[in-house]
Design a protein around this ligand. Structure first.
Ligand code: GLC
Length: 527
């Protein structure tokens, strides 16, 4: 028997810490809250948890603005809570991945405070990216050093009191580090060790392609911000950082891993991060970006597998995350037939879990939660909202706290009487984990069943897949003893050969209804 490293085919559950479970009644989730729900996650059947940042932070970007990389924000708990969480996660047979945010810190990080207090050209400034501005149109006016936009809207530069500008690819409260400074490198190597020593099994690397900017700081001049031959992302120097990180991970026992959040515009570029001495995985967002279409699903899955094939790494799949519109809602568009997004999300899960590689789930998708579209303006906290002058709503709608139990806010997320940090919809009583746990027809029951089935078959499934002929509106593929059939159309199609094991809506005989997925035990005739 060959031993497959755990992450190759793991189902990883993303915990958005602030919105998962609030144990201390401050309206925000915390580490103790996660500890109290580990039984739920084990019973759900996932293999690992990925925690979004819980480090000391003013939460200008929900914690992706870190002020102290070696401590827990008091809102989320203490280092002692973290140690207890690691122990409990492992005792439940699960693994723990934590987020690391190396591209930028918070503007409250001591290094950035020091940089602002120090003069231009000082060593303290050289840990970040400070540049002089350019002359503006009118006398006395100044423009930013170049034309780079912030990913959240507006320019990527902010002028300081003494006239220098600093770079922030995200919010102004998130100054970018200067990775050409060796002090930054060694600091992050120490941070990795700090969390590895505390027992984490891996890291999710935020903005992994962004650390190095083109040394010329040339204008984008209309080029796509993310272009891999552009000046902002995927500069070749970044790979040396991951080679060094890989060596550190390899020093530790127990299959420690790293997965990069890499947005690129081409598969060749993605594969570079997966060279055997670099990262173990990168996120592949292809399914998340695809619309509800059999052709698109087949094409993007083929391309995603092809992209990683030469590297020997396993592909990764995602339908939702803390950065995107929940897929129940996404799949409602453009038809907006009531319930259609829910049915499609159920069907899509079967494809997600049948594909080779690992699957990253986002908290709440197992409850079939939709995007919350009607948050009051004053409740919105995502910096995208203000930075786009309230033109884009931002990502708060997928970050609404989880409903655990009860019939009204806070639905067991916080102790009774506490207002959660984002308001929760009035009609979530039937969506709570408690309500769904006892309902065999619920999304939660379906997730449990599907995950148990995947686990049961995991050892028998080959790494690759074979596409089977199917009607145009459907996708059929086979992996050894397992066949997956997904019908994205409205009309029923004939099932491929095999014995149905799990279906997202009832079959009509050997017909697979529209907007339905089915997993089958492949019969010999299907070969
Ligand atoms: C990543 C995170 C996102 C964050 C951004 C800046 O894309 O997933 O939530 O806002 O990086 O750190």
């Amino acid at each position: 028997m060959t031993l497959t490293p755990w992450w190759r085919d793991a189902v990883v559950y993303e915990v958005y810490v602030r919105s998962f479970a609030d144990s201390d009644g401050n309206g925000e989730g915390d580490l103790q809250g996660i500890r109290s729900r580990l039984g739920y996650l084990r019973d759900l059947g996932v293999d690992a948890l990925w925690l979004t940042p819980f480090y000391t932070s003013p939460l200008a970007d929900g914690g992706y603005d870190v002020a102290d990389y070696r401590d827990v924000d008091p809102r989320f708990g203490t280092l002692r809570d973290f140690d207890a969480l690691v122990a409990d996660v492992h005792a439940h047979g699960l693994r723990l991945i934590v987020d690391i945010v190396p591209n930028h810190s918070s503007d409250r990080h001591p290094w950035f405070r020091e940089a602002l207090a120090a003069p231009p050209g000082s060593p303290a400034r050289s840990r970040y990216i400070f540049r002089p501005g350019k002359p503006g149109e009118r006398p006395g006016e100044e423009r930013p050093p170049n034309d780079w936009p912030s990913a959240f809207g507006g320019p990527a530069w902010t002028r300081t009191d003494d006239g220098e500008w600093y770079l922030h690819l995200y919010a102004r409260e998130q100054p970018d580090f200067n990775w050409r400074n060796p002090e930054v490198r060694s600091e992050f190597e120490e941070i990795l060790r700090f969390w590895l020593d505390r027992g984490v099994d891996g890291f999710r690397i935020d903005v992994a392609a962004g650390l190095f900017k083109d040394a010329s700081f040339r204008d984008l001049g209309g080029q796509d911000r993310r272009a891999s031959d552009g000046p902002i992302y995927s500069r070749p120097e970044v790979h040396d950082v991951y080679r060094r990180w890989r060596r550190i991970l390899d020093e530790y026992d127990g299959d420690r891993m790293a997965i990069g959040e890499v947005w690129t515009d081409g598969p060749e570029d993605l594969a570079l991060y997966l060279r055997p001495d670099e990262l173990h995985q990168v996120f592949q967002f292809d399914l998340q970006l695809a619309s509800w279409s059999a052709t698109q699903f087949r094409d993007v899955a083929t391309a995603a597998m092809k992209a990683v094939a030469p590297t020997g790494a396993a592909p990764t799949w995602v339908l939702s995350s803390h950065d995107s519109i929940r897929h129940v809602t996404r799949y409602e568009r453009p038809e907006s037939v009531p319930g259609i997004g829910y049915a499609r999300a159920k069907a899509a899960l079967l494809m997600l879990l049948a594909l080779p590689g690992s699957a990253y789930l986002y908290q709440g998708e197992e409850l079939g939660l939709p995007e919350v579209l009607d948050l009051p303006d004053e409740a919105r906290q995502d910096p995208i909202w203000e930075r786009t002058n309230r033109r884009l709503a931002g990502r708060d709608g997928c970050r609404v706290p989880l409903p655990w139990a009860g019939t009204a806010e806070p639905y067991g997320f916080s102790p009774d009487g506490v207002r959660p940090w984002l308001p929760m919809p009035r009609d979530w009583a039937s969506r709570t984990a408690e309500a769904q746990a006892s309902d065999p027809s619920s999304m939660l029951a379906f997730y449990r069943e599907a995950l148990a089935l995947r686990r049961r078959m995991a050892n028998d499934l080959p790494d690759d897949l074979e596409w089977l002929d199917s009607p145009e509106t459907a996708v059929f593929f086979r992996r050894g003893p397992l066949t997956c059939a997904l019908n994205c159309g409205e009309n029923p199609v004939r099932l491929p050969p095999g014995t149905p094991l799990l279906t997202s809506t009832p079959l009509y005989g050997d017909l697979l209804p529209g907007n339905t997925g089915c997993l089958l035990e492949s019969g010999p005739t299907a070969a």
